[in-house]
Ligand binder design. Structure first.
Ligand code: MIC
Ligand code: SF4
Length: 649
């Protein structure tokens, strides 16, 4: 039978289940990546599993999110990560070496393998023909321990690319087009598989940009074939030996096929406050811009930054614009420094950030009030930039560079300058001295723990019944940035009691106090929300902190994949309204009861929610595997594993 790339790779990695879309499968993970903001918790959880060494081919711990270091917390966490990596067999990419996805693509990604990362943009590896999936830190810790990664076997959507991008239109415009077609909701359980004659016109960094932002659609991952172009990229990274061909069979069947003619695309923009609000740049032309930020794991490759440098050569930054650049990796910035492009950017008036996430995660370069900020990053969720009133517009490097010169949103085709010709270098500068290999003498390594590192909190088993209060009721598209903010709060990622104080800060700063009061009165906290709850980040803190304050269930119209998995891992029951209209019958503050939740979940029976405030009862559903139900009954993954260890079948 003809197979898709997804089926081929997944089948080769199957440990449990069979390749049948919709069913649960467990797959072997070849590589893992973590970043510091999710990594500390992941490694604390790995330590709790009691193993001496990781069991994957390659695991890498990157430091790229919390590199601002105001206060001791970040630096302490880095030291913890460095010592843990040395001890357990993990490569450690030091702060300053670059953003995890960019560096992983350059130095580690291998076509045809599986990669699990505790960051939602892990699918960037799809640009090189990997099945690369984002997950919570606990799932990554389990993969490092050699356990299977469980997921719903995806259905595959083919995105057939024809034609060739015209001058001034780039990979970012392709993925914005995909977002315009698919939106940020309703794509859970699919993989985007790219194919068609247009693929070979795209370099690996361009493919990686497209695969990266598939995360915004909510798909499990995105994947490109591994072809001669992939081989050329790996060769330029002195890794040709890692190449292998990956392609779908010509007559493979897909759930759905979508055609995109690259030749017809124009510069696009995602307007506030969602990557799914896509329009033409032309429709916003002339709007004054206060800030332009180039970088993030989406558009910080050598080719992206060379494009910006070439457009801006001999130009000065517009007086109304603050122009920020956060390069994707030390390799990229090294190349730019040596070929003179960095000097050109400095002459333009750039404000250079570290090779890290920087502005993208809102822990630096927050724009002014009411600002219009043009960014080449992937997310423009409310408040993520650090300035609630600012409007963030997501654009290509070409469109960003145009605004640096004009001070306005400008279609780069109207700049009236020749389109710079940028090609992938034949050889990148290879210097892995900022990637520390693990120690050969693990026993000599003492793990460093600063006061910011706290044990992950435990949970009790699922109670007989849930009896609680609707602590908060929200609408559609609640992102993990709404649930638990990053930015300056992110330095508390390793300290759950402290970090929990910022739950729902940008939606309702009173949440934490109310939740604490409800918990102290012996009742449970219940969250109610609309469609696509938990979009965005993989941060398990969006489940761990609610668990800590006593949330027992989230009732929503629908959930995003990674967040639903995180809720289960931390013993919070994700429930959906059987009849969406029942959502309208609940108010914040209502007293709800779910009788016999424990028995019913263990038997797989229907759950009824009694609203004691309105007197109206309604049905809720859960689509959980047997295994997921057992995890919930145990009160979360860590207790589930412990029980299994103590009572092996
Ligand atoms: C993000 O882009 O939101 C982050 C910060 O990289 C997150 C991870 C995190 O919250 O630490 C992600 O995308 O998963
Ligand atoms: Fe870092 Fe931004 Fe990429 Fe997240 S989206 S990994 S914060 S650069």
């Amino acid at each position: 039978m003809a197979k898709t790339m997804t089926q081929k790779i997944l089948e080769r990695h199957l440990i449990t289940g069979e390749y049948r879309p919709g069913s649960e499968i467990g797959i072997h993970i070849d590589q893992t990546l973590t970043q510091d903001a999710t990594g500390t918790m992941a490694y604390l959880q790995f330590e709790a599993m009691g193993l001496n060494r990781i069991r994957t081919d390659h695991s890498v711990s990157f430091v790229d999110h919390n590199t601002i270091q105001i206060g001791f917390e970040n630096a302490d966490d880095h030291k913890y990560l460095q010592t843990v990596a040395a001890k357990f067999g993990i490569y450690y990419s030091r702060a300053g070496n670059g953003i995890c996805h960019q560096v992983h693509l350059e130095r580690f990604g291998r076509p045809g393998t599986t990669l699990l990362g505790s960051d939602s943009h892990t699918p960037t590896g799809g640009g090189i023909g990997q099945i690369a999936i984002g997950a919570g830190g606990l799932d990554v810790a389990l993969a490092m321990a050699g356990e299977p990664f469980y997921l719903t076997c995806p259905d595959v959507i083919q995105i057939n690319l024809t034609g060739e991008l015209r001058s001034w239109v780039s990979a970012k415009d392709v993925i914005l087009k995909v977002l315009q077609i698919f939106s940020t909701k309703g794509n859970v359980g699919y993989v985007f598989e790219y194919s068609g004659p247009g693929v070979k016109t795209l370099t690996v960094p361009e493919r990686a940009t497209i695969a990266n932002m598939g995360a915004e659609c909510g798909v499990t991952t995105s994947i490109f074939p591994s072809d001669e172009e992939t081989r050329r990229f790996l060769k330029s990274q002195a890794r040709e030996g890692d190449w292998r061909k990956i392609a779908a069979d010509p007559d493979a069947g897909y759930f759905k096929v979508v055609n995109i003619n690259l030749s017809e695309l124009v510069p696009l923009v995602a307007t506030p406050h969602s990557p799914g609000n896509v329009s033409r740049v032309k429709d916003f032309e002339g709007m004054e811009v206060n800030q332009v930020c180039v970088g993030s794991c989406t558009n910080s490759s050598y080719m992206d930054l060379m494009m910006v440098a070439k457009i801006l050569k001999d130009k000065k930054v517009h007086p109304g614009v603050s122009f920020i650049l956060a390069p994707g990796s030390r390799q990229v910035v090294d190349m730019l420094a040596r070929n003179g492009a960095l000097a050109d950017l400095i002459e333009t008036g750039v404000r250079l950030e570290e090779n890290a996430c920087g502005f993208c995660i809102g822990n630096s370069q927050s724009p002014q009030n009411e600002a219009i900020s043009l960014r080449t990053s992937n997310r423009n969720f409310p408040g993520r930039s650090g300035t609630k009133s600012a409007g963030v517009y997501l654009v290509s490097p070409e469109t960003a560079a145009a605004a640096v010169i004009t001070g306005k949103i400008t279609d780069p085709r109207d700049l009236g300058i020749p389109y710079p010709d940028i090609t992938l270098p034949e050889k990148f500068i290879i210097d892995d001295s900022m990637i520390l290999p693990p120690s050969d003498d693990p026993n000599s390594i003492e793990i460093y723990r600063g006061p910011n590192i706290g044990e992950p909190p435990g949970n009790e088993v699922l109670p007989e019944k849930v009896s609680g209060i609707v602590t908060i009721k929200m609408g559609d598209n609640i992102t993990t940035d709404h649930i638990i903010p990053a930015g300056p709060r992110m330095k508390y990622r390793s300290n759950i009691p402290r970090y929990s104080e910022f739950l729902f800060e940008i939606v309702d700063p009173g949440f934490f106090d109310r939740a604490r009061e409800i918990k102290n009165s012996g009742r449970h906290n219940i969250i109610v929300s609309g469609l696509s709850y938990g979009q965005g980040s993989s941060r398990e803190h969006a489940a761990l902190c609610p668990m800590y304050v006593g949330v027992k269930t989230v009732i929503a119209k629908s959930f995003e994949r990674i967040h639903a998995a995180n809720l289960i891992n931390f013993g919070i029951v994700p429930l959906t309204f059987k009849n969406e209209a029942d959502y309208d019958m609940i108010n914040q503050g209502d007293s709800l009861e779910i009788p016999d939740i424990r028995d019913k979940i263990s038997m797989g029976e229907t759950l009824i929610v009694k609203n004691n405030s309105s007197g109206v009862n309604f049905e809720v559903s859960y689509n959980l595997s047997h295994r997921a139900r057992d995890i919930l009954l145990a009160g979360g993954m860590l207790s589930y594993i412990r029980n299994k260890k103590n009572n092996p079948e």
